[in-house]
Design a protein around this ligand. Structure first.
Ligand SMILES: Nc1ncnc2c1ncn2[C@@H]1O[C@H](COP(=O)(O)OP(=O)(O)OP(=O)(O)O)[C@@H](O)[C@H]1O
Ligand SMILES: [Mg+2]
Length: 330
């Protein structure tokens, strides 16, 4: 069966005073029906912009999808009219935003915000929408939902706002949910609870999920396949366990060394990746990771590596692993 979503060679650029920021520069991936994939990488690598591109929510006029195709059930979302796209958002594809405090409307009750999509997409009355909102708030673990449904976002804690966002996202039973990891708003324990909640709900509803996260250490628990992004490109992808246990890109190995691993006793100190990602306005000629790579070859600063299969189903854009060596694997 064809994948639910096929993102093909998307480029999303921002025109700024300093030049053109190539935030997403030729990204491709697919998501099968009911499947969870993870999109992983450091801050600024293009995870959110690539997700917003799917929903055509990139801030215009500065931001623009320059090229590519985004096939959803075989239909190119980039070719839909604004009205058709509006019908798609929330109903068939929804997003749980990274910052709920800015994406919830402060002057509407939580219940109304959940009900809105049901009224628009499912022709529900406000009364039925509010009843359904109450049920959904209960489902996402909000206590006293029959009272909370009439409250405003400022009356909810950070974790509860995130739960309300999940309720909005699942209200119309979309086929695909994009969850952009809350990084700063909630503490790690609550973050873990939210991930479990999202996992259980998507499993139950058989919804496909794109999980966006910094933390490669957790993805094997949630995602079947992982796509690692660096500087606007996917540099490695494969089955989550393969990527986790046998990274084929030194950047992925660096990400793994920088987070606590659940499967190993804490032997070594966590090691952040030294250096900074490249300037996305004037990216380097060769591999974007070359300047931070301990293992780089002369070829790495000259030619940009493309994704190649290293082992079955496991791809990396790295000249070193493409030569058959992986010095970062112990
Ligand atoms: N409106 C904008 N104008 C200019 N540049 C932008 C804009 N939005 C994003 N960018 C740039 O695009 C790049 C990718 O940003 P994006 O938000 O996708 O990163 P991210 O991987 O989601 O990071 P984080 O993990 O911090 O959320 C960054 O370099 C960012 O500065
Ligand atoms: Mg982001």
């Amino acid at each position: 069966m064809a994948p639910l979503l096929e993102v093909k060679n998307i480029r999303t650029y921002f025109h700024t005073q300093d030049g053109v920021v190539k935030a997403v520069d030729g990204v491709s991936y697919d998501v099968n029906r009911g499947e969870t994939i993870a999109l992983v990488g450091e801050s600024g690598c293009g995870k959110t912009v690539s997700a917003l591109s799917i929903l055509r929510l990139v801030a215009e006029p500065a931001g623009k999808i320059i090229s590519g195709e985004i096939l959803f059930n075989g239909v190119d979302l980039l070719k839909l009219s604004d009205a058709e796209m509006h019908k798609m958002r929330g109903a068939r594809i929804s997003i749980i935003f990274q910052e709920p405090q800015t994406s919830l409307n402060p002057v509407l009750t939580i219940g109304r915000q959940i009900s809105e999509g049901l009224e628009f997409h499912k022709n529900m009355s406000l009364h039925d929408g509010m009843l359904e909102a109450t049920r959904l708030l209960k489902l996402v673990g909000i206590p006293h939902p029959e009272r909370r449904v009439y409250e405003y976002p400022h009356q909810f804690s950070g974790g509860m706002r995130q739960r309300a966002m999940i309720a909005i996202a699942i209200a119309c039973q979309p086929q695909l949910i994009i969850a952009d990891e809350p990084t700063t708003v909630v503490d790690v324990t609550i973050q873990a609870q939210l991930l479990e909640l999202i996992r259980n709900i998507t499993k139950e509803l058989d919804t496909a999920l794109i999980l966006i996260t910094h933390n490669l250490g957790i993805v094997a628990r949630y995602a079947k396949r992982v796509f690692v992004m660096y500087a606007g490109n996917i540099v490695e992808y494969g089955q989550a366990l393969d990527v986790y246990h046998q990274p084929c890109h030194p950047y992925t190995a660096g990400l793994l060394a920088s987070v606590p691993r659940l499967d190993e006793p804490r032997k070594n100190r966590l090691q952040p990746i030294e250096g900074q990602p490249p300037d996305l306005i004037a990216p380097p000629a060769g591999c974007a990771f070359q300047a931070r790579c301990t293992y780089s070859l002369p070829q790495c600063s000259k030619e940009k590596p493309v994704l190649m299969q290293i082992t079955p189903g496991h791809f990396a854009a790295c000249w070193i692993s493409q030569r058959g060596t992986k010095p970062w694997q112990k």
